[in-house]
Design a protein around this ligand. Structure first.
Ligand SMILES: [Zn+2]
Length: 174
C-alpha cells in the first residue's frame, strides 16, 4: 500500500510537493513538481526487477535488502514535455545548467514530435515557468485532421478493425 501526502517543499516552500511511502517496502518518493526537488529512498533491484540482497543465503528479509537514496535538494528545475499522439508526458528534475541545455537541445531537435515543453524553476523567491515549445494550437488542428482521416479510412475499410500506429519512433535521452 502506498500513502500519499502533501507537504511543504524543503527547497522552495511554495511548490506542489508530495511524499509517497510504500508501507510494505518502506520506499519513499518525495517530489516537488514546481521546482524539481527530489528525495528518493528505494530498494535496489537488478535489471529484471529482483531485489538485490545483501546476503544471498539469507533470503528476502527486512534487513537483507540493499537500500539506496537519491537527493536533489537544490535542483535547477522541473522539466516537462508532451509527445504527440502518445499519451506520454515525461516529467523529471533537472539538476544543473548542463542538463538544462541538453534538455533544451533535445526538445528543439525533436520539435516536430512535441506538443509542449516547459521548465519550471524556483528563482528569486517565486516559481517561474519557461516555455521552450508550445505547439498546442497547431496540435489541436493536427489531431482533428488525423481524426477526420481515420473516419475516412473507416468508411473505406467498412467493418474491418482499424489499427493506427501512434508510437512513432522516438528516442528518449533520459
Ligand atoms: Zn519545491
Amino acid at each position: 500500500m502506498s500513502i500519499d501526502e502533501s507537504r511543504e517543499c524543503p527547497n522552495c516552500k511554495i511548490g506542489r510537493c508530495t511524499k509517497s511511502t510504500d508501507t510494505k517496502t518502506l520506499e519513499e518518493y518525495t517530489i516537488c513538481i514546481d521546482c524539481g526537488y527530489l528525495h528518493k529512498k528505494y530498494i535496489q533491484r537488478d535489471d529484471k526487477g529482483n531485489i538485490i540482497l545483501i546476503d544471498v543465503s539469507e533470503g528476502l528479509v527486512e534487513d537483507n535488502m540493499t537500500r539506496g537514496e537519491m537527493l536533489i535538494d537544490k535542483p535547477y528545475g522541473m522539466a516537462f514535455y508532451e509527445i504527440k499522439h502518445s499519451g506520454f508526458n515525461p516529467m523529471f528534475p533537472i539538476e544543473n545548467e548542463e542538463e538544462y541545455l541538453n534538455f533544451v537541445e533535445f526538445i528543439n531537435s525533436n520539435a516536430d514530435k512535441i506538443v509542449q515543453a516547459t521548465i519550471s524553476r524556483f528563482v528569486d523567491g517565486e516559481i517561474k515557468v519557461e516555455v521552450i515549445i508550445d505547439n498546442r494550437e497547431a496540435y489541436k488542428d493536427e489531431s482533428l485532421n488525423r481524426l477526420r482521416e481515420l473516419e475516412k479510412n473507416k468508411e473505406k475499410l467498412g467493418k474491418q478493425p482499424l489499427f493506427v500506429d501512434t508510437n512513432e519512433e522516438f528516442d528518449l535521452p533520459f
